[in-house]
Design a protein. Sequence first.
Lengths: 139, 139
Amino acid sequence: MNAMDAAEMRRRVEAARVARLATSGAEGRVHIVPICFALDGQTLYFAVDAKPKRTANLKRLRNIAAHPEVSILVDHYEEDWDNLWWVRLDGMARVETQPGEVDLALKLLAARYVQYRVSRPAGPVVAVAIERMTGWSAS
Amino acid sequence: MNAMDAAEMRRRVEAARVARLATSGAEGRVHIVPICFALDGQTLYFAVDAKPKRTANLKRLRNIAAHPEVSILVDHYEEDWDNLWWVRLDGMARVETQPGEVDLALKLLAARYVQYRVSRPAGPVVAVAIERMTGWSAS
């Protein structure tokens, strides 16, 4: 088990295009989805692409309301296992409602993903206050 | 939101080389790690690579003992979001102790990963009884 320093973890997370978000729901059932994201200091933002009418029913949002503790993983796989690594971010998620922070998040997301420049995501923005970053690298 | 049929979900999971496992721990805190796996009917197997001395302390195993409900994600990312897809498997995990089933799991894992042919994984094998497969594809 080889730990990674904070700057290296951040560099790898920022370079990643996709992460996976795990949330905890009713009766402790976990749920996991891929997310596109932007990192800003100790906050990670992602947007929900679902249409507003469907948003209320999205499990990731219901789970976050009930259990804000989430875990987010960025990892690298290839057939040479000496090159495997992952970085995990644990933190507290909230649906962002302050217009200034929503705008900032959408700007950061648009800077990373052309799709968000073409059209603003239909659903809400979620902000995750990162409490801990853990990294592992095989070599 | 475009659903996928069962055969297509299975085909994509079997072709994937890595998945992400989410488990639920104490006080509902979720945990997420990448896994290499093999699928056999309605069971997904993965092995723990940690040395036996460290195994007792691995969060994914402590979590499974406390909360066997797990969620496993296989997904595809590329810059053209029309090609995005994911398949999620929800099920009940247990550390496999029956020698016959451990042997079967290790054979299936070795068939998929050369690393497991070279050396048997040091830690235990986990079997996940899949209760539900859910798939989504952008197009």
